[in-house]
Design a protein around this ligand. Structure first.
Ligand code: NAD
Length: 594
């Protein structure tokens, strides 16, 4: 096959004008380029126009573009049910549903109409580009051109080269991607490429949690937004992607990595069969005001707001421990107006908490967020002690000592007889079974987990972990308390990793496995997750901050709890920990710091 050279893309064809096709048509036309799209019939073509118009209209309402620009963009777009319209295009992007046979048939038809020098691309998220390319007479001019949803907004394009894609085709596609304001990353032809291979197993795991009743969809979404800083929760994202599209992608990933974690959860197939395909149909896991709308309606998962009356008489909180977490929690509780007794093993350690809180508050005063008087009042509410007896009048005690079950159990056992009979006992453990702590006390029904995130003074999320022994009234009191200290509480069961760590760390570990397999570099993977999924940090940047040793310890804990083979820690992670490359704190992890 002789290499055909095409130096500029002036006209782009789009095949299938659904969620992605419409977004691709819009972003291309916004960059002054002609778009010709095809869909199955006149009704589908009109629906395609409607999607594009609707999106542009929303931008006019938000004053991002004006009416003239909208009309000019629409003027560059022409749709048809006749495929001849593609004959003038330099680049044709296929965006039909994620079903291999459909794409193969679409490619044969595109091949009949496309110019010999045209580049033909698939927007597939997960299917082998090669299996699609061979359905044309010019597989060397075929590549993957993978946009992210919403296509006009997300910056990343994964350019997927097969073993026979011409270099000039990759280069032209790269320049074109950059010319429409995108950041291309060139990758090989593997199921799910970079971003989806890492994203979808995480989404599928979140769906599994909903399906299994571990937590509600609202709580899972809130947990990942407020605990991991993600722009959107996984269940809302599943609805945005489209449940049917999701199944296609997950099936493809599963066929490459035979592990139940990668098998699409049955509930996805059920929703798709019921035509509850997500936002685009107006109902998926959530119900929406209308098809295509982002506004959700209340449903059975919507819980009434916590009742402040359930903790009306509460005035005093005990904090056990003197580390970073204990200090953050003491600060948050004192700021909310509680008298806080901080108990440490030595007076120096207990007083160091006060000093740490003072430093943190001083920073807030310097930034003008807290007044000097408020700072003095807050500090005045914190009382350091070494005596457990000083916690006798507390309404709630929060344990934040070392992550060691024996240490925690001993403390719980010693404390219980001292406390008022109706006081609540909570643990901040991030990985140990809360019920085991509960059973060391005389009141297992009054024990609950409150998993804060570091730094506690800033991070909004608290996972409220109920055990099989927790009293329902205690859950309500914990919810009211979390709200009173200004945090977002989510409810979940007593399993290693709770919601956030169970969803976050396997994804990080998968990223290490991808790096280890030489599919992409750490920088490319970080870029893909930030620009393709809107993550605030890439997985390697995040592991360097969290600590590679902590990441390894959490993976080991998850593997022990769930016995999932794919939770086995990546060998590279272990080697880096053995080498002392623990992340930023050690000056080197996946990256080197100066
Ligand atoms: P969609 O269901 O929203 O749209 C598919 C469109 O293709 C519809 O307009 C449909 O009428 C049309 N179509 C169906 N059969 C056709 C045919 N034979 N010929 C021409 N048009 C046909 O699907 P989508 O979510 O836009 O997904 C399209 C592709 O984009 C898939 O490969 C998907 O994996 C990929 N993708 C999706 C997302 C996402 O978040 N939805 C993100 C990136 C990539």
């Amino acid at each position: 096959m002789a290499e055909q050279v095409l130096d500029k893309i002036r006209s782009v064809g789009v095949v299938g004008c659904g969620t992605m096709g419409a977004g691709i048509a819009e972003i291309v036309a916004r960059n002054g380029i002609e778009v010709r799209f095809v869909d199955v019939d006149e009704v589908a073509v009109e629906a395609g126009y409607e999607r594009i118009r609707g999106s542009l209209e929303r931008q006019v309402q938000r004053e991002r573009i004006d009416g003239d620009e909208r009309d000019a963009i629409l003027g560059r777009i022409e749709g048809s049910a006749g495929w001849e319209i593609l004959s003038t295009c330099d680049l044709i992007v296929e965006a039909v549903p994620e079903v291999l046979e459909l794409k193969q048939r679409a490619f044969s038809r595109i091949d009949e109409h496309a110019r010999p020098d045209a580049i033909i691309a698939t927007n597939t998220s997960s299917l082998p580009v090669m299996d699609i390319a061979v359905h044309t007479t010019r597989p060397n001019r075929v590549l993957g051109f993978h946009f992210f949803n919403p296509a006009p907004v997300m910056k990343l394009i994964e350019l997927v080269r097969t073993v026979i894609t011409d270099e000039s085709v990759v280069e032209t596609a790269r320049e074109f991607a950059e010319s429409i304001g995108k950041v291309p990353v060139v990758v090989g032809d593997r199921r799910g490429f970079i971003a989806n291979q890492l994203l979808f197993p995480y989404l599928n795991q979140a769906v599994w949690m909903v399906e299994g009743g571990y937590a509600t969809k609202d709580d899972i979404d809130a947990a990942m937004r407020f605990g991991a800083g993600l722009p959107m929760g996984p269940i809302a994202l599943t609805d945005l992607v489209g449940v049917d599209t999701f199944v296609g992608i997950m099936d493809a990933i599963h066929s490459q990595f035979e592990d139940t974690r990668f098998a699409p959860r049955p509930i996805l197939g059920q929703l798709a069969a019921a035509a509850f395909t997500g936002r685009k149909s107006g109902r998926g896991f959530y119900r929406y005001e209308a098809p295509g709308s982002s506004r959700t309606l209340a449903d059975a998962d919507t819980r009434p707001a916590p009742d402040p009356a359930s903790i009306a008489g509460w005035t005093s909180v005990g904090v056990l421990g003197t580390g970073t977490m204990a200090s953050g929690i003491a600060e948050v509780c004192a700021k909310a107006g509680f008298e806080v007794v901080v108990r440490g093993r030595s007076r120096d350690k207990a007083e160091a908490v006060l000093a740490r809180v003072a430093k943190s508050l001083q920073r807030m005063v310097d930034k003008g967020r807290v007044t000097g008087e408020d700072m003095v009042a807050t500090l005045g509410r914190i009382r350091p002690t070494i005596d457990l007896e000083d916690l006798a009048d507390c309404d709630l005690v929060i344990e934040a000592v070392a992550e060691d079950l024996d240490v925690k159990r001993e403390l719980f056992g010693a404390l219980a007889p001292i406390l008022k009979p109706d006081a609540l006992l909570t643990t901040t453990t991030s990985s140990l079974p809360v019920v085991t702590c509960a059973m060391a006390t005389d009141r297992p029904e009054k024990v609950i987990g409150l998993h804060f995130f570091n730094p506690a003074a800033i991070m909004k999320l608290v996972e409220i972990v109920t055990t099989v022994r927790t009293d329902p009234d205690v859950v309500e009191q914990a919810r009211a308390f979390v709200e009173r200290i200004g945090k977002v509480g989510v409810l979940c069961g007593d399993r290693a990793g709770f919601i956030v760590n169970t969803l976050l760390f396997p994804y990080l570990n998968d990223a290490v496995k991808m790096l280890e397999s030489h599919y992409a570099t750490a920088e490319e993977i970080d870029t893909a997750m930030k620009l393709g999924c809107g993550y605030p940090m890439g997985p390697f940047e995040l592991m360097d901050v969290v600590g590679l040793d902590i990441t390894l310890a959490i993976m080991e804990r998850l593997r022990d709890e769930y016995r999932q083979p794919s939770y086995e820690a990546a060998p590279l992670l272990r080697h880096l920990v053995d080498a002392g490359f623990l992340g930023r704190k050690a000056g080197r992890g996946f990256y080197v710091y100066t």
